[in-house]
Design a protein around this ligand. Structure first.
Ligand code: NAG
Ligand code: NAG
Ligand code: NAG
Ligand code: NAG
Length: 490
């Protein structure tokens, strides 16, 4: 086999291994975490822009097709626009292929949420928007030979300042009758051309750049100086992605279930209070098919104990219609309260009995704010550590208002993933919650929690720690490839 074909096969295998990114929805549901890293030239190899950079999970990054695209991110406190510049590669959140995960500078995170209160926004809303840049698309070429200016057999090119991500690059050398495709460099905005089946490169050449939304610009140019940034004077029409133009996306839609065999991604129970034990994988299903394998079992240890489901970064409520759950209690609970946040209380007008029954509560009766951060089931039944009140609950789910566009169902196995979380204090909230439901005394702050199941960790940066080492590896890789190609060609 001729060396040149071997090279071709190597390049082909690289292009095949560059995966497609997960499809975009007009208003997507993802999640975000802050970083203090100021690593600029990420895997996309785009120079710093006036728009803050984001590194994203494999799901969003694909093979680099979304490099340079801009996204508006919406959290509980507002929105910001970031540009995709890198692939995050540390932790399950970054590796998973389903859900868009953005790691953004802390300053941007704090525009949409509050990084001193929580380390994630689990119901992030995102939408692709126009980056709104000035000037033309820039290109920077490097070819073979000592001066890196021998374009006949091989060259690579990186682009910057593109208003919309570039998904395809084709070139027609002087005297050719066709355009030849460049290969995307695995996970970057760089592209490579080599003379596998085409003619030798000659100038002036003509290049077609296709954006991810299928705009095409045609650029004629003479032999480029190596490693010099050239302004093509061509630009894609900066505009919002057609599917999202005119749509003002809110926060991401919740998963349908809070709990079904397991807590849905982003929901936690570590803020529950005054309990003796709490087990989110109890097998006490009473062999009820509907309960599947696991239910939640909590032992309330005093009057006013609560099972609290929290979601860092909050969630919108205006599309939530009804809350359903299956529950039972060892001694009947006739005075349970359900509430969002720490104020307000809704006394359920039914009794939780000793066998599983399905209950439903109209969300409007819980008087939600636009954004809430938790949902609590509070027992006002007397109990103690010695004689706790056992409570089981399962299949906790929302019925959405008609017309709600739900996010794809994603259940990420979070067992191996250390959540970057800073657990907010419950003290202020708890006392105000209690007083608002008419119980102003009787609860000491020395709590009797015996086993939080939270997976708290102080780290709030799971994304960028290894960016530089990754960059070095990929540089060595491409350098080796480049040397190999020179060796084979000359
Ligand atoms: C952010 O959270 C901290 C700690 O919980 C709180 O003191 C501060 O007021 C919050 N800031 C905003 C803007 O909500
Ligand atoms: C291109 O130029 C930059 C500085 O202008 C330099 O750091 C880089 O190593 C050069 N790349 C090559 C392949 O010569
Ligand atoms: C939860 O309960 C199951 C049995 O129902 C038991 O196997 C498991 O160890 C318990 N988990 C914890 C954390 O207590
Ligand atoms: C949605 O619409 C259907 C049919 O119009 C109706 O039967 C159903 O109750 C509605 N659901 C909600 C949550 O409003």
């Amino acid at each position: 086999m001729k060396p040149i074909y071997i090279l071709g096969l190597i390049l082909l295998s690289i292009s095949l291994s560059a995966s497609e990114p997960a499809p975009l929805s007009s208003c997507g549901s993802g999640f975000a975490a802050p970083t203090d890293s100021t690593n600029f030239l990420g895997a996309c190899r785009i120079p710093p822009s006036t728009i803050p950079f984001a590194s994203v999970s494999a799901a969003a990054f694909g093979g680099g097709q979304r490099c340079g695209e801009c996204f508006r991110l919406t959290g509980p406190l507002g929105s910001t626009v970031v540009m995709i510049s890198d692939k995050c590669d540390t932790g399950e959140a970054c590796q998973q292929q389903d859900l868009f995960h953005f790691i953004i500078p802390r300053s941007e995170f704090d525009k949409i949420g509050n990084s001193s209160a929580y380390g994630n926004i689990f119901s992030l809303g995102y939408q692709e928007v126009s980056c709104d840049l000035q000037g033309g698309i820039n290109a920077n070429f490097i070819a073979g030979g000592e001066k890196k200016d021998q374009y006949q057999y091989y060259f690579s090119v990186t682009f910057s300042n593109f208003a919309i991500g570039i998904k395809r690059v084709q070139i027609r050398g002087y005297g050719w009758s066709y355009y030849d495709d460049l290969t995307i460099v695995g996970g970057g905005s760089g592209f490579q051309w080599n003379k596998v089946k085409a003619n030798e490169m000659a100038f002036p050449a003509s290049m077609l750049l296709t954006s991810v939304d299928n705009q095409i610009v045609n650029w004629e140019f003479n032999k480029p100086l190596p490693n010099v940034t050239i302004d093509s004077k061509k630009q894609f029409t900066a505009r919002p992605h057609p599917e999202v133009s005119g749509i003002d996306c809110a926060m991401g839609i919740l998963p349908e279930y809070i709990f079904k065999d397991t807590l849905s991604f982003g929901w936690q129970v570590y803020e529950s209070f005054y309990y003796k034990s709490l087990n989110t994988s109890s097998e006490e299903t009473d062999d009820n098919n509907k309960n599947g394998e696991y239910v939640i079992k909590i032992q309330f240890a005093q009057l006013g104990a609560g099972l609290q489901f929290t979601r860092e970064g909050g969630f919108g409520t205006n599309y939530l219609k009804t809350l359903f759950f299956d529950a039972k209690a060892v001694q009947p609970i006739s005075n349970m309260r359900i509430y969002f946040g720490y104020d307000g209380g809704y006394s359920i007008p039914f009794t939780i009995e000793s066998s599983y029954k399905t209950f439903q509560v109209p969300v409007a009766d819980l008087k939600p704010k636009n954004i809430e951060y938790s949902l609590t089931f509070l027992s006002l039944q007397p109990a103690s550590m010695d004689s706790p009140q056992n409570f089981w609950i399962d299949n906790i789910r929302w019925e959405f208002a008609n017309g709600t566009v739900t996010a794809p169902a994603v259940m990420i196995d979070t067992s191996g993933y250390a959540f970057p979380t800073s657990k907010p204090s419950t003290s202020g909230g708890l006392s105000s919650g209690i007083s608002s439901i008419g119980m102003t005394s009787g609860f000491s702050e020395s709590d009797s929690q015996t086993g939080g199941v939270g997976t708290g960790s102080e780290s709030t940066n799971e994304g960028s720690g290894s960016d530089s080492s990754k960059l070095v590896i990929s540089n060595i890789y491409y350098l080796a490839l480049f040397v190999l190609s020179l060796y084979l060609l000359f």
